[in-house]
Design a protein around this ligand. Structure first.
Ligand code: ADP
Ligand code: MG
Length: 320
């Protein structure tokens, strides 16, 4: 494996592990999104990888080089890892190009032109940071990291301080630049919705414990526990033979008659179709439709049994 983390443990205070025993690995060129709530240890995890924090125990191997393990620790500056933070400091007294090239020993002109062009920074190079928007500054910080051709790129919530419309542009930019440059990347976020499309794999993390590590499709259709399932989108509850199942809104089909009924509460227009909020046995129930159903309308629905999701007792919540 190109990048692997084994049994990583990290605490700041005695007996309180922030990372409890984290193991996973990645192939070269993959984009992994690391998703967890605020305070769950995401930044700590990235800091351990880039060497800004010491770890309690475990092994970190990147590109066949042991960064932590076997009694040794490689210094942060020797790790060939790019680390981009939520609020990236640019030197205020330097132009954009000087900021980007700061301390860069070797410049490959072709690579530079490509990264600057795809980052949309070509016409901004002589500007100072105060003459740039938040999105432009963030693109510059990502470009600065990419130009150093890191073995691994770490992005710590790079979208979270940006306006919604800029966020979309930046997500697209990140997708394009990472695919073009084939850079192995870990993108940390608390908001899974933005990154579903750009991730090869998603790792869901809660209270220091890995909950699931899978492709977005697999995670959406086969969540490993209820926590992961709900994080990815609406889950409708269904009781069949006194057993609780869940089903995604996309898998609901409205029919003339069936054993399953709902009462429409409201239709939410969303451009292409309607998201219908309904009530099924006193639970919120969602599905999509091209029909604008009226509230209080009674409808019947069906589904394929293969689309039902079931969580056994261990998976009713999340893994601790
Ligand atoms: P996230 O990035 O997911 O929001 P963090 O990794 O920043 O979470 O924090 C995880 C936990 O570790 C929090 O409880 C935080 O207070 C604690 N923590 C983070 N950094 C330090 C530090 N340098 N010293 C002590 N506690 C810290
Ligand atoms: Mg953080």
């Amino acid at each position: 494996m190109y990048f692997s983390v084994r049994n990583l443990k990290k605490s700041f205070h005695k007996n309180k592990l922030v990372l409890k025993n984290l193991s996973f690995s990645m192939n070269k060129g993959e984009i992994l999104s690391f998703v967890g709530e605020s305070g769950s240890g995401k930044s700590t995890f990235l800091n351990c990888i880039s060497g800004l924090e010491n770890i309690d125990s475990g092994t970190i191997i990147l590109n066949e080089k042991i960064l932590n393990g076997k009694g040794k620790t490689v210094r942060a500056q020797d790790r060939r890892i790019g680390h981009v933070f939520q609020d990236n400091p640019l030197f205020p007294h330097l132009t954009l190009i000087k900021n980007i090239l700061f301390n860069l020993k070797k410049i490959d002109k072709k690579n530079f032109d490509e990264v600057i062009t795809v980052s949309g920074l070509k016409n901004l190079l002589t500007r100072f940071p105060h003459e740039l928007s938040g999105g432009e500054k963030q693109r510059a910080c990502i470009a600065r990291a990419i130009l150093r051709e890191p073995d691994l790129l770490l992005l710590d919530e790079p979208f979270s301080n940006l306006d919604k419309h800029i966020k979309k542009d930046i997500v697209e930019y990140v997708e394009i630049v990472l695919q073009k440059k084939k850079i192995t990347t870990i993108l940390v976020t608390h908001d899974i919705k933005n990154i579903l499309n750009i991730s090869d794999k998603i790792l869901i993390f809660k209270e220091g414990v890995l909950q699931q590590y899978d492709s977005p499709e697999k995670m959406y259709c086969n969540p490993s526990n209820c926590y992961c399932g709900k994080l990815l989108g609406d889950l409708n509850e269904l009781f069949i033979n006194n057993k609780k199942f869940f089903i995604r809104p996309e898998h609901i089909k409205i029919v003339d008659k069936s054993n399953f009924s709902i009462i429409v509460e409201k239709s939410i227009y969303q451009g292409k179709d309607f998201k219908i909020k309904a009530n099924h046995q006193n639970h919120e129930f969602y599905f999509y439709s091209t029909v604008n159903y009226k509230s209080s309308e009674k409808l019947y629905f069906k589904f394929d049994n293969s689309d039902l999701i079931y969580f056994d007792k261990d998976c009713e919540n999340y893994f601790t």
